[in-house]
Design a protein around this ligand. Structure first.
Ligand SMILES: CC(C)(COP(=O)(O)OP(=O)(O)OC[C@H]1O[C@@H](n2cnc3c(N)ncnc32)[C@H](O)[C@@H]1OP(=O)(O)O)[C@@H](O)C(=O)NCCC(=O)NCCS
Length: 146
């Protein structure tokens, strides 16, 4: 199940080049990852790690920033969400991929302690590819932290 969001890019969101601040995009990514993981967990979640963020191109004032996210990996209590951000250019009707990110959230109980989540169901080839990517990244992170 995908979660979608759209935001009109306004002057306060942009720098002196008229392009959106990276921190603004990050805030949107964190928000949609939270919503996506809460829908999966059926309760509260907290951000434990912004695993990766790749800024691939910039978005400009007047563009519509469109975010799409889905759960791609689950552990016992953690949920990894993939977020794709595109800029829709109103005059041309074209969309440009601007950012991709993986965010890991943890489902928590009323005391803020991790609680188990149901396992993600892989339905598409894209989900399978992203699942394998997260599995590999988690293994690498675990090895580095050992
Ligand atoms: C997230 C939190 C509840 C985890 O508590 P904890 O006692 O460390 O719990 P655990 O060690 O059992 O880890 C819980 C899960 O998080 C995962 N995790 C912990 N640290 C992680 C990290 N740095 N990166 C990715 N996953 C991580 C664990 O692998 C585990 O996943 P699993 O159950 O699917 O195997 C706790 O660290 C916390 O409250 N952090 C602050 C969250 C917050 O305020 N976020 C907002 C940022 S401003």
């Amino acid at each position: 199940m995908k979660t979608l969001q759209a935001h009109l890019i306004l002057p306060p969101d942009t720098n002196h080049h008229g392009t959106i601040f990276g921190g603004k995009v990050l805030a949107y990514i964190d928000e949609i990852a939270a919503i996506t993981s809460m829908k999966h967990a059926g309760g509260n979640t907290v951000t434990v790690s912004i695993d990766s963020v790749d800024f691939l191109s910039s978005a400009h004032v007047g563009d519509i920033l469109e975010l799409e996210s889905m759960v791609v990996y689950t552990g016992k209590t953690s949920i990894t969400v993939f977020v794709r951000v595109t800029a829709f250019h109103v005059e041309t009707g074209e969309s440009t991929l601007t950012t991709e990110s993986f965010v890991t959230m943890v489902a928590v109980d009323e005391n803020g302690k991790p609680r188990p989540v149901s396992q993600v169901v892989i339905e598409t080839e894209e989900q399978r590819r992203l699942f394998e990517q997260v599995k590999l990244n988690r293994a690498l992170k675990y090895m580095k932290n050992k």
